[in-house]
Design a protein around this ligand. Structure first.
Ligand code: UD1
Length: 417
């Protein structure tokens, strides 16, 4: 079983390069199914989740070649089969293939996505949207089957701006008959990136990245290439690493616009930043102040940064409060942080954090992807040795994370223990 072992206390310095966004790469890979041909994704982050989604598509006949950072997807031989249930249940994003497959074949059956430890994560909004587009939905025996000889454009109002539902419905609607309007759509930058790819395939999507997306259906889509946007969550993780280790580092591969909610909170805490062209220098050497955080849909503070922020706040003198509004069970990392000497009290959807002078290294586990990143951050600042288990969670969303930190001067290694 692999573990990450960190000896805390090293200052970080130098430059780190950010990879492409997991949450862009996954839907873009899935969208390539709509082309009936060959699509190329360049500079892709080679994450565990990328391999899982590739296996899901291979299980229905896609030819996928992964070479260094390039992914070539040939979906001309895809059949309307059932993707391997075990793979679908491994990763919730697999459910995104419902929209494009239904659109391409008029019928599709897929296992319901697996339970996820950060919350119940239902798919009702995806299904309500598909029904609005004219699909018949049959649920049973752990599967969902959708049928529609041709989807018909419609007006869809999402009760909540779900990222996955917005993407799934966008991909379903690009080849529907007539116009679809998605209101209260998620506004995350990855949605705009998906629309850029869909439009380069010949779709007519306008407004992605805002709360109202208009899609005029077309009859077919062509092959296209795409380079996904940088990962704002990975960038934010390194920004917080500078804060927790009281270091100054340069982060290359950032879009300032996408990082606004993170920059705002870190600035409020006293972290200095110099924003350049595609890069940012983060100086965490100042005395930091506690802050209150509420996770919100974009452009609010991202839930995917909540755990890493909690690690940072554990080391900041004073009281901070984090309120998690997106997922109901996303505080599992708090228990692990308390094992390291943090002082966090949970009260429903809020966590009250009293900053402590020092965290102390011990054995902890990565409770989920971002919770795992939080353990790395606290390990970097802790006294002594931190040994993190269950690191497969971390590999789902971070490329060579220990190598990147090592290059910045951290004492961090991966062992098969
Ligand atoms: C995506 C991201 C994930 C991020 C999350 C929120 C990908 C691959 N993953 O996940 O990293 O943490 O957005 O920013 O892009 N909900 C419903 N019904 C639905 C769909 C969602 O109630 O049909 C609820 C969920 O339970 C959750 C909230 O809406 O409470 C947000 O979920 P959603 O935006 O859909 O997240 P994902 O797309 O799963």
């Amino acid at each position: 079983m692999e573990r990450i072992v960190i000896k805390g206390g090293s200052k970080l310095s130098g430059t780190v390069k950010i990879s492409s966004a997991k949450n862009s790469v996954l839907p873009v890979i899935v969208a390539s199914v709509l082309s009936c041909g060959r699509c190329e994704i360049d500079s892709s982050a080679m994450l565990e989740d990328v391999h899982v989604i590739s296996e899901v598509l291979r299980s229905i006949g896609a030819d996928i070649c992964i070479n260094k950072e390039k992914i070539i997807i040939d979906s001309s031989h895809i059949r309307n089969g059932e993707p391997t249930g075990e793979l679908v249940r491994k990763m919730r994003a697999s459910f995104l293939i419902m929209g494009p497959m239904l659109s391409r074949f008029g019928r599709f059956k897929i296992s319901l996505p697996g339970g996820c430890n950060i919350g119940t994560r239902p798919i009702d909004l995806h299904l309500k949207g598909m029904i609005a587009l004219g699909a018949d939905i049959i649920l049973g025996h752990g599967y969902v089957e959708a049928k529609a000889s041709r989807l018909i454009g419609s007006k869809i109002y999402l009760d909540f701006p779900s990222v996955g539902a917005t993407e799934n419905l966008m991909m379903a609607a690009v080849m529907a008959e007539g116009e679809t309007i998605i209101e209260n759509a998620a506004e995350e930058p990855e949605i705009e990136d998906l629309a850029t790819f869909l439009n380069s395939m010949g779709s007519q999507v306008v407004g992605a990245g805002t709360g109202t997306i208009k899609i005029l259906g077309v009859n077919n889509l062509k092959e296209a290439n795409h380079t996904p946007i940088f990962d704002r969550i990975e960038a934010g993780t390194f920004m917080m690493a500078a804060g927790i280790t009281k270091s100054k580092i340069k982060i290359e591969g950032v879009n300032e616009e996408h990082l606004k909610p993170i920059i705002a909170k870190l600035t409020e805490m006293g972290i200095s930043m110099e924003i350049g062209n595609n890069n940012i220098i983060v100086d965490g050497t100042n005395e930091l102040r506690p802050v209150d955080i509420k996770t919100m849909p974009y452009p609010g503070f991202p839930t995917d940064m909540q755990a890493q922020m909690m690690s940072l706040l554990c080391t900041v003198k004073g009281t901070s409060v984090i309120t998690e509004t997106i997922f109901e069970n996303r505080f599992m990392h708090a228990t692990e942080l308390n094992r390291m000497g943090a002082n966090i009290k949970l009260d429903g959807r809020s966590a009250v954090i009293e900053g402590v002078k020092k965290l102390s290294g011990c054995e902890v586990k990565a409770t989920d992807l971002r919770g795992g990143a939080a353990m790395i951050l606290s390990g970097l600042a802790a006294e002594g040795k931190t040994e993190i288990s269950d690191i497969y969670h971390i590999d789902r969303g971070y490329v060579n994370i220990e190598e990147k930190f090592k290059k910045l001067g951290a004492d961090i290694d991966r062992y098969d223990i």
